[in-house]
Design a binder for this molecule. Structure first.
Ligand code: MN
Length: 289
């Protein structure tokens, strides 16, 4: 089981200097996996990243949300095509880095929609994910459809809703990506979605209700980790946190990161690594008996 850390804990940029800092700090905090925010696959410096990873070996995954110009969840063919192109470019980057997971809101722009998705928008999103999944399969990459809250997409907001979308996509290398921050908003409890989705669960984000230090908010982590361990889940688990102290030019605005919940990334990361591993270890002691 890999325990990882999202890049925005360390930096809001993917330039080589920031990438190296994020990788070394991820390792220093005790994590096994670095999840980069791959919003810029077209300009990402793959050669520099490969050199850095040769010096500091760590598993790499990526997450991303689509934008207004590249939205598969649209009736505009240009937006849909751009959304597909962005995914294919990102998969090229991830293949070159030996990544196995590409996750997030790959299927939709991250924003507040003012109405439900139309049948055509949904079909376009399904088609883009099918095309990306077929390319990802050639690269040995699994796609995780992150289940996000109603204020960030209108396609699906719960684990069960995501299973319906996966049925429409109908590709074996596409699965569910649960995030405790979003579950805390949309689900009835923190165990049922794990039980509902376990056969298709491929990736997990651990985030607190206010996106800050784990254990300082409302998320019922005890119930979640017990459900995760009881289910036998053994895929990646990644810590995700945001503060106005580390800003990404697009993502921080889309997610509404206006508050400064921490300044010390190193302390935050080490705390999260210990928190996640500690909760897993505690849950494992009762799952065995
Ligand atoms: Mn997330």
């Amino acid at each position: 089981m890999q325990i990882g850390c999202h890049g925005l804990v360390w930096t809001g940029s993917n330039d080589p200097e920031s990438f190296e800092q994020a990788v070394t700090k991820t390792l220093a905090a005790g994590f096994d996996l670095f999840e980069m925010a791959l919003f810029d696959p077209e300009t990402f410096d793959v050669d520099a990243a490969r050199e850095i990873l040769a010096k500091h070996p760590v598993a790499v995954s990526a997450s991303m949300g689509q934008s207004r110009e590249s939205d598969p969840n649209s009736e505009d063919p240009a937006q849909v095509k751009a959304g597909e192109a962005k995914l294919l470019k990102a998969i090229d980057v991830l293949e070159a880095l030996g990544s196995r997971y590409f996750v997030g809101a790959l299927y939709s722009e991250l924003r507040k929609f003012m109405r439900p998705a139309t049948a055509k928008e949904r079909a376009n999103a399904v088609g883009v994910i099918q095309t990306a999944a077929d390319r990802a399969a050639d690269a040995g990459i699994t796609l995780g459809m992150e289940v996000i809250n109603r204020y960030e997409t209108n396609l699906f907001n719960t684990g069960r809703g995501t299973l319906q979308f996966l049925d429409e996509v109908d590709r074996p290398n596409v699965g569910v990506h649960l995030d405790t921050y979003h579950m805390n908003i949309e689900e009835s409890d923190m165990a049922q979605p794990v039980e509902d989705c376990i056969d298709r669960l491929v990736y997990v984000h651990i985030g607190e209700s206010h996106r800050g230090y784990l254990g300082s908010g409302n998320v019922d982590f005890d119930t979640f980790f017990k459900a995760l361990v009881r289910s036998g889940y053994d895929g990646p688990i990644t810590f995700e946190s945001f503060s106005s102290a580390v800003v990404h030019k697009d993502l921080s605005g889309m997610l509404g990161i206006w508050r400064n919940l921490w300044d010390d990334s190193e302390d935050l990361g080490a705390h999260a690594n210990a928190f996640i591993r500690g909760h897993l270890r505690a849950a494992q002691t009762i799952a065995l008996h």
